[in-house]
Design a binder for this molecule. Structure first.
Ligand SMILES: *Cc1c(COP(=O)(O)O)cnc(C)c1O
Length: 390
């Protein structure tokens, strides 16, 4: 069934599924073959990204992102790098946000110089910074909003308009929002990228990526992808298809839980600050209301601590929420960006990014919110008691 007139939750369940003509099973059959009879199906081959199970999820994610076409990859980074290489070449300049996923940051600083591609980082919460960074050879603006780990919001509508006027291609990493909460193509963004490892798969057990855009852009990204070879196999695609069936209900619950926890934490004296775009006090709240359908399942907060070891005490005192670096799964996870993902960045730069030693990032799952509150409160009270004694 194609997606033409379906609404989001129905796209999640049905769009582009393969009809089981032979047995009438209700799920898409899994095709594991790496060799296909060319007289029957044309040239079908996993690295050509055209096997039946790859097409199901590529088309379904494209439908969810309101794009003409999509491609799925073996990781989010495969999607990001393939798309980037389709857009820029030696001599070009790219503008990135200061708050950028570590792997993408590494791609820019490590790989771009060897390719002769120039780049700048800007504070993406103010559109004027993008305008000021544009050079005659700027070919791409790359976005990530809400940002990691401080949940800053970029006005993608404004950046889309600016880029269109200047003939610059826009790419966005839409991982944090998921296609349920944000559809950047509706605001004129050209290429939408996902680490499907997070919300799209939703159970912290699959790694994959996706790119969605116009037919024309996907053709160009495809030309790079067949060389890099970051395709998926049929069984993984079937698991992804199953995961996406529940995407809309999972994200809806995560939005609800995160908003409740944001208010809960905001009311605790031990919490200095909560970063969540759904809070009216958040700098990007009005923009988020305009560009997002929901505020997402990610939040971060600053705890009043005496020493960075209090962060370990907090994390070690949690019983249900696990310390782990990934996000978007049904289970709630917590990390200290200062001690983990951002540990190697010089402290002055970390502070500029808002990555303070008292910051904790929470990926909110679908557990009962009362249990999440109780778990957080117990751990925060441990820190409070410890600071009273100390
Ligand atoms: C995890 C992540 C990536 C990288 O995805 P992989 O699937 O690990 O390659 C890119 N961007 C964001 C925002 C992420 O969270």
């Amino acid at each position: 069934m194609k997606n033409k007139n379906l609404k989001t939750a129905s796209i999640c369940v049905h769009s582009s599924a393969i009809k089981d003509e032979q047995f009438g099973g209700v799920n898409s059959p899994i095709y594991t073959s790496a060799a296909f009879d060319y007289r029957k199906s044309g040239v079908v081959y996993p690295r050509y990204y055209n096997t039946p199970n790859q097409l199901v999820i590529a088309e379904r994610i494209a439908a969810l992102e309101h794009g003409e076409a999509g491609l799925v990859f073996s990781s989010g980074m495969a999607a990001i790098y393939s798309a980037m290489m389709a857009v820029v070449k030696s001599g070009d300049h790219v503008i990135f946000p200061l708050d950028l996923y570590g792997g993408t940051h590494y791609m820019a600083v490590q790989e771009f110089p060897t390719l002769g591609i120039d780049f700048s980082f800007v504070d993406a919460s103010d559109i004027a910074n993008f305008e000021a960074a544009i050079r005659p050879n700027t070919k791409a603006i790359y976005l990530e909003t809400p940002s990691n780990p401080t949940l800053r919001i970029t006005d993608i509508e404004a950046v889309g308009k600016l880029a269109k006027a200047k003939g610059i291609t826009t790419l966005i990493d839409n991982t944090f929002a998921s296609p349920i909460n944000q559809n950047p193509i509706d605001f004129g963004i050209d290429i939408v990228l996902h680490s499907g490892t997070k919300y799209l798969s939703g159970h912290s057990d699959i790694i994959f990526g996706a790119a969605v855009s116009s037919e024309a852009w996907i053709k160009k990204i495809y030309a790079k992808s067949v060389i890099y070879g970051g395709n998926l196999n049929g069984s993984t695609c079937a698991l992804i298809e199953r995961s996406i069936k529940t995407l809309a209900v999972r994200v809806k619950q995560q939005n609800e839980n995160a908003l409740a926890l944001a208010h809960f934490l905001d009311d605790l004296p031990m919490v200095r600050k909560v970063n969540y775009p759904g809070l009216p006090s958040h700098d990007g709240h009005e923009t988020a209301k305009r560009i997002m359908h929901g505020f997402g399942g990610m939040l971060s907060f600053e705890l009043r601590i005496n020493h960075v070891s209090d962060i370990d005490l907090m994390v070690n005192s949690l019983k249900m929420i696990a310390p782990a670096g990934s996000l978007g799964g049904v289970e709630s996870l917590i990390t200290s960006p200062f001690l983990t993902s951002h540990a190697k960045i010089p402290t002055a730069e970390r502070l500029k990014m808002g990555v303070t030693e008292d910051l904790l990032r929470l990926s909110v799952g679908i557990e009962d919110v009362a249990d999440l509150k109780a778990d957080l409160l117990y751990a925060i009270e441990k820190v409070e008691m410890h600071s009273l004694i100390a």
